[in-house]
Structure formats: C-alpha cells, structure tokens
Design a protein around this ligand. Structure first.
Ligand code: PEP
Ligand code: MN
Length: 337
C-alpha cells in the first residue's frame, strides 16, 4: 500500500509513520514530491492495519497498491525517475540515443563506429562482447577483449558504454568496464541474473523478453529494484507475433503504457524491433513521438560485413541523418535531443 501524507506534513510525522511501518515488519520507500510525501510500504505477507496508520498525525490516507509490481509502479513513486549517465540525464526532458554495433568485432570497427556515432550526437556507445546467439555455432562475442576495446572507445570519445551481461558470474567483470549493464531479451526472466545486477553499482538496461507481457517486464524490473538498484531503464525491443515481414513486432503502445504504469525511463530499440535498417528511421521517430526517453540503435560502418545483425544496422551517414530528423520530432513533443 502507499501512505499519502498531508500537504505540509513535518519530517518528524514522516519519521514516526515510517518507524511504525517498520515495526510492523514492512519495508518503507519514501518518495518526496513537491506537493506531498508518499510512503510506499512493501508488506511481509501479513495484513496491515490501515486504520491504525490513518489515525497517525500527518497522514491523509492510505491506498492499497493492487498491482503485483510495487517499487516499479508509478503509484509508489509518482515522479519520473531521472538519473545521470556520464553527465547526461536519462528519464528527463532530453531524449537519449545509444548507438553502436551489435557486436564488437575488433578495434578498428569499434573505434570507427564510436567516432561516427559521437559526431552524429549519440550519448552512449553500445556493443556486445558477450552475445546471446540462437545458434551455438554463431560468433559468441569477443568476451573480455571486447570489453577492453569498449573501454578504449570510451576513452577516445567520452561516450559511456552499454554492453550485455549474460550470467550472474559475469556481472563483476562486466561492471568494471561498462557504464550500463544490458540484460538482453533472452535473459529478462533469468532471476539469478536480475538478482546479481540488482546488487551491482551500475544502471541496468532491461530489455523486454520477446514473449513477455508488460507486466512480466515490470516484475523483472521489480527484482532489480528490490535488490537495491534503483537505476533501471526499461527497453521495448519488439515481441514475437505471427508477422514474418519484420523480425519482431515493435510494440509502440508499450511506451505510453510503461510511462503510465511506471516511473522508470523507457527506451526503444528499433533495430531488433523491426530487423530491417529501412524501417529503423520511422520506428525511431514513432518511438520519440510516443514519449520514449531514448533509443538504442545498431550502427555499423559496413553492415554487409557485420558479424551479427547487419540487416538491421544503419550506416553512419544514415544514422547522422536520422539524428537530424529526430531533433525535430523531439522538439514537436516538447523535448530536446
Ligand atoms: C542486442 O542488443 O544486440 C540484443 C541481442 O538484443 P535483444 O536482447 O533485444 O535481442
Ligand atoms: Mn543485435
């Protein structure tokens, strides 16, 4: 449930209520808005005596939170979650673009892409070093060598890096190189991994599973939040449907819906969401128009030679053009890019 404090409730009233809730064996999550403070209560399975809380001084009313996700819900935390990543804020007014190759293939490929996306105005560099491939015979990623190359590209461009982590054991190593830990669509319900990234000191980009509902995505976010990591970014990357002309069906309605249900920043991946570079521009513009806080886009200097996902990768010049067109969409919806 949430406890809505009266307008102007004092800090000692808030502290008293919080202490009472903790005595009941529950956890407290304070959300201090401009108007009033909301105390989120995570129960311990036992019923809570709401009337007892409502009689305490400074309390306006209590409201049960019926949805299964609590910490991720907007009811618990009415204001948007905004946090900085290397100086740029995610979840705020600015639309953030993360771009780079699907896979780190080598020093030259990565550096060329990093310089190009930086020049076009990207805010972060993406690139996989550990790749979740459908076939065990496909290239599985460069591993730690790939992470080192990402760190060198960050050094050269100043762009923070986002890269996938596939197992709990990889979290400490990937965290030493990455600025943002990506949990891929195939790992969205790997609960041991969610637990591990929940304890990591890095923001997490959580991608929607290709067969997952919005509620399942938010429950996975809840795992990360409940293990202490409040810096979670949700990512819509398309879901599997009967359609075969696209790789996935990009669920644009997920964007306003997630913004309504949750306070967490929402990104869209138009590359995996469509599977075709020709569709990436329109899908990106639609995502920004729908209220996405950012995009994660695959870019490769020579997509025809890419070791993975070449068909959905933009060439640097096309990415630069897309950034231009996104600036006007962002401004039409009252945002910057
Ligand atoms: C990726 O970002 O390259 C990737 C594998 O994404 P997803 O987990 O969404 O398929
Ligand atoms: Mn990819």
């Amino acid at each position: 449930m949430i406890i809505i404090m009266e307008h102007g409730a004092t800090t000692s009233q808030i502290a008293n209520v919080s202490a009472r809730v903790e005595q009941m064996g529950c956890q407290v999550h304070l959300s201090e808005g401009q108007e009033r403070t909301i105390i989120g209560v995570i129960g311990n399975g036992r019923p809570i005596d709401r009337e007892q809380i409502e009689r305490m001084s400074g309390v306006e009313r209590t409201v049960p939170v019926l949805r299964p996700f609590k910490l991720a819900s907007r009811e618990f935390h009415p204001q948007d979650t905004v946090f900085p990543i290397n100086g740029v804020s995610i979840g705020g007014n600015q639309v953030i673009v993360m771009a780079g190759p699907c896979t780190v293939e080598g020093a030259a490929q990565l550096m060329e892409t990093a310089q190009a996306v930086k020049a076009a105005g990207a805010h972060a560099l993406r690139g996989g070093a550990y790749k979740p491939r459908t076939s065990p015979y496909s290239f599985q990623g460069m591993g730690e060598q790939g992470l080192r190359l990402l760190a060198e590209a960050r050094e050269a461009t100043g762009l923070p890096i986002v890269t996938e982590v596939m197992s709990p054991e990889q979290v400490p190593l990937v965290s030493t190189y990455a600025d943002i830990l990506q949990v891929g669509a195939r790992s969205m319900q790997n609960y041991a991994l969610l637990h591990a990234v929940g304890e990591a000191q890095r923001p997490v980009l959580l991608k929607r599973g290709m067969m997952s509902t919005i509620e399942e995505l938010l429950m996975s976010a809840e795992y990360i939040l409940s293990h202490g990591n409040s810096r979670v970014i949700l990512c819509e990357r398309g879901i599997r449907t009967f359609e075969t002309y696209t790789r996935n069906t990009l669920d644009i309605s997920a964007v306003p819906l997630l913004k309504q249900l949750s306070h967490l920043p929402v990104l869209v991946d138009p590359s995996h969401g469509t599977g075709h570079w020709e569709l990436v521009g329109a899908a990106s513009r639609a995502a920004v128009a729908a209220g996405a806080d950012g995009l994660i886009i695959e870019v490769h200097p020579r997509p025809e030679e890419a070791w993975s996902d070449g068909a959905q990768s933009l060439k640097p010049a096309r990415f630069a053009e897309l950034m231009e067109s996104l600036r006007s969409i962002a401004s039409a919806v009252g945002r910057t890019l």
